[in-house]
Design a protein around this ligand. Sequence first.
Ligand code: ADP
Ligand code: ZN
Length: 731
Amino acid sequence: MSETTWFEEGAPVAVLTTQPLDRLLDYRAPEGGCASGALVEVPLGPRKVLGVVWGPGQGGVDPARVRPVNRVLDAAPMRPEMREFLARVADYTLTPMPAMLRLATRAPGLGDPPSMRRIYRPGSRDPERMTPARRRVLEVLRSHGGLGFTLGELAGLAGVSSSVVKGLVKLGAVREEESPRDLPYPRLDPGHGGVVLEGDQIAAAARLREKVVAARYSTTLLKGVTGSGKTEVYLEAVAETLRRGRQALVLLPEIALTAAFLSRVEARFGARPAEWHSGVTMTERRRAWRMAAEGEAPLVVGARSALYLPFRDLGLIVVDEEHDTSYKQEDGVVYHARDMAVLRASLCSAQVVLASATPSLESWANVEAGKYERLDLGARYGAARMPSMAAIDMRAQEVPPGRWISPALRDAVAGRLDRGEQSLLFLNRRGYAPVTVCRACGHQIGCDHCDARMVEHRFRKRLVCHQCGETRPIPATCPSCEAEGRLAPVGPGVERLAEEVRALFPEARLSVLSSDLFASARALKEEIAKIGRGGADIVIGTQLVAKGHNFEALTLVGVIDADLGLQGSDLRAAERSFQLMRQVSGRAGRGDAPGAALLQTWQPEHPVIRAILSGDEEAFWRAEAQERRAAGVPPYGRLAGIVLSSPDAAAAFDLGGEMVRRDAPLQAIGARVFGPAPAPIARIRGRHRVRLLVKAAKAAPIQRALRDWLAQFRLPANLRLQIDIDPQSFY
Ligand code: ADP
Ligand code: ZN
C-alpha cells in the first residue's frame, strides 16, 4: 500500500466501499483511468455508493460481469499512508474496513462538483463616514489578506451585524463576489503573536521545536498544572510546524472549549484555523475536509474524529487534556483517539504532544518505559499558585438531613462572598436527586428499559434515565403501592444543591453549570463566558467545569462529595478520582488571589484523598502502577471487553457460555476469558447485556487470537456482539 499505482481505462480494480461487506469488490477503471486511492462512485446493485480504489482487481469473477466505475470524484485521492492508517486501526480495534472508510469520508457532498458562494473582500475606497463598526469590518478584511470571508464570518469576526457589511458594499468599501465554495483557510503567521516564554517553558518549547524540525515520529508528554503555560508551549510547536510548511492538528476533549481556543489561536497566528466537530456546519465540514486534503488547512482544531481527516502532510498532533475520557469513542468504531493519534503520527513522521496536568497512567507508564519523552512545566505562570488543599472530615461536621454543605464549607464560601471572590461547588451529579424513593413501600423508581434508576430533574419537571434518555413526568403516586404524596428525593444532584445554596446565601448570584440545563452549546458557552467576567458569585458545576475553563476570580473550590467515584468497580476509579479532583482544585486561584480547595469526605484517610491533599502525584502513580502491575491489568496487561446484547437474556448467556467453552484460540496465546456475567448495567433500551472479559499479557497478539476465537461462532438473529479493545469503562 505504500505506492500509488495507475490503472488504465478498463483495467480491473478492487474497490473498498462504505457498504457493510466483508470484502473488496472488483470493477473496471473508468474512462481516463484512475489511480489507486482515488475516491470513486461505483454501482452496487441498483445503487451508487462511495468507494476507494484499493488496488488491482482480485479476479475470480466472470470478467464479462465486472461493471465499470461510474466516475472518479472531484476530491484528492486517499494517500497510501491514510489507507495504511485505516487498515491498522481496523486491525487493532477489530473494525470492518467499510466502517473505517465511513469514518474517513464523513464530509457532505464529496461527490458534488465544486460550487460557488458569495464572499466579501476589501473594496476600492473608504466610506466617507467612518464608524467604529465599519472600521472593524475593514480592519478584519485588511488583516487577513485578500482571501475573503462569507458574510457570517466577516460580521462575526468584526462583531457587527450583517447590515453593516451590506452597507459598506453599497458604498464600494467592500466588494461582494462569487467564489468557489471551498476556500483555502487563511495563512497562519507563526510570528504574529506569542508571549515571551519563561522558566521551564523555554526549554520545553525549544525541545518541541527541535523535534518538529527533525521530522521523525516521536511522542512527548507535556505535563504541567493548569495555567503553567502548556498551551503557550505547544503553540510554539504548532508555529514551527507551520514554518516547515506542514499541517498541525489540535484535538480538544470538549466542544465547549473550542471557541476560547480558536480566539487564542487567532491572537497567536493572526487568523482562525479550520474547525472540525459535530457542531460545525455542513459547508464548513466539507471545506475543512477538502482543504485538509489539499494542504490548504494549515491547522485544524477539532474533536477526536478529526484524526481521520485526509491531511496532505500532517506534522504535528496535539492531544490536549490527554487523560480525558471523552477521547475514547464507545460506539460505532470503538477507538481511543490518543492511542490512534500516536499510530497516525508514527505512519507520517509526525510529532505527538500529549498535554495534561494529570496524565493517564498509560502515558505515565509509556514515559517510564522510555517510549515517550516527558517535559515538565513547573510553577504556574505569574503569581498564581496551586491552591492549598484540605479535607473536611464529614464525621465531625453537623449537617442536617437533606443538606450537603458542611458548616466549614459554608463559612469558607461566606468569606469569599465578603471579599467579592468566586466559589465553585463541585458535584458530579446532574439533576435534582439521584434516587426517588417511596416512603410508604420503599420502592425506587427505575427505568422500564434499563437497569438504572430514574433521576429527578426538577428544572425540567421530569424523571430522566441517564442511560437511555427516557423521560417521564414525576408521578404523584407511587407506581408500586399507589400511596399518594410519599415519593421523596434521596441524595444530592446539582439542582438540589442549588436550592441549598439559595437558602444559605440568598443574596449571592448563582450559576449552575450542568449540560442539561442549557438549550444549546452556545447558551452554555455564554454562561461560561459570563462567569469568566465575574457574573456569578457561586458556581455549581458537574464535571463540565473540570475541563480547562479559566475563571480568574475563582478562589475557592468545594468538592461536595470527594468519595463519589472512589468505590467504583472500575479499574480506573482511583485514577479518575485523582485526576478529576486535581483538575477541579486547579480551578482555584488562577488570578492573583491564592486559592483554596476543600474536599468533603467521610474517609479522609483513603489513599486517593491523601495523595490529592499531599500533592505528591508521583507517589500516587507509583502506588497505582504497582497495583496494576500486580494484577496484570492495563497498562501492564491487555484487556478486551465483549458485550453480547439481545432482547432475549437466555440467548446472550447461551452464546457467552459457548464462547467460554471454546476458548482454545485464546488459550493458545495464554489469554483467559472471564464471564459471561450480567453487565453492571444489565439492560439498556430493552436489550439484556452480558459481558465477557479477555485478559492477556502485554505482548500477546490479542487481536489475532480474538479473530480466530470469534470466527467460530454464529450470531443468532437480534444478538449483537461488540468488541472493545483496551476498554475504559465497564458498564
Ligand atoms: P495551560 O495550558 O497549562 O493551562 P496556558 O498556556 O493556558 O496554561 O497559560 C495560562 C495563562 O498564562 C494564559 O493566559 C497564558 O497566555 C498565560 N501565560 C503563560 N505563559 C506565559 C508567558 N510566558 N508570558 C505571558 N503569559 C503567559
Ligand atoms: Zn433507560
